[in-house]
Design a protein around this ligand. Sequence first.
Ligand code: KG4
Ligand code: ZN
Length: 343
Amino acid sequence: MKILSIESSCDETAAAVVEDGRTVLSDIVASQVEEHKLYGGVVPEIASRRHCESISQVVKEALQEADCEIDDIDAIAVTATPGLIGALLVGVNFAKGLAYSAGKPLIPVHHLRSHIAANYICHKDLQPPFMALVVSGGHTSFVKVNSYTDFEIIGSTRDDAAGEALDKAARAMGLPYPGGLYMDREAVDGNPKAFSFPNPKVDDAPFDCSFSGLKTSVVNLLHNAQQKNENICIKDLSASYLHAVVHTLTQRAQLAIDTYHFDKIVLAGGVSANSVLRKQMTTLCEKNGISLYYPEISLCGDNAAMVGAQGYYEYIDGHLSDLHLNAKATSSIDNIDAILPCL
Ligand code: KG4
Ligand code: ZN
């Protein structure tokens, strides 16, 4: 089964053709990152406008590269939630129009489910159940993946997402957007023990995390140094901060292994590209004798191939939509009904 998939939840306009959820026939991404870099972060209105300008061409290229006509496609999958509402609406409305005109089934896909599904493309043998650590610019969650379409949240961030905490701290350090990526590069030859940061815990919710205190402490540290005219080594600060963020995640991952006895852990989302996170999770999983999976770098960030992968399993479970489908800025990974208008 061939699915044409579309993604426009943030600042990448993307389309792909994916066969049977695992084989990518084409994967086109038009990134807007250079433009948003000028503003130090994503400007939602600009993102929506660029999606409008690029989407027809991106979809056309995805079909061409897969050597397909629209008639060869069996269904159309689209990211419907969560994300920037104006950005999501471009993809959702394009997909609805195409599904209607071509007479194809329409599959709404949850963005975070698709980040997890990027792993099905890279690891052909990977099957649920497992625990997913979803770490992106907007979300940080420990998720019990019971089946391809059954998810339970074990813990989440109470404030900033891990990616957001990296991006905001990186911006304060004078690094470009996307900050997580540049901090990762700076940290390579920095000293992770040069600075110490708080390790906040949430009372009675051992799997939940909080990153806003960490972010504030790095901003205060930089302001103090500025006032005293002191120089801060950004490489050391990046390494220390990154290790503090990753420590919060690995601590909870260990607790999840001890509590739920998972034998597989899957990393997903833009921050899963991070070298410190990958290294420390590899050590943790080896120590516990369990398997670790993460996507190849090109599939960690936003792309449409992962939407086609998850879309396949949603289709199999009958999670289709009619043309009343609407985009939704926020929704939980465990509740597909929130985005499914009844068929
Ligand atoms: O999944 P994603 O592309 O978009 C969202 O759904 O949010 O994630 C974007 C996030 C940004 O916060 C970015 O700084 C972060 O992923 N990121 C990284 C790295 N590459 C991208 N964070 C840490 N290390 C990286 N190498
Ligand atoms: Zn994403």
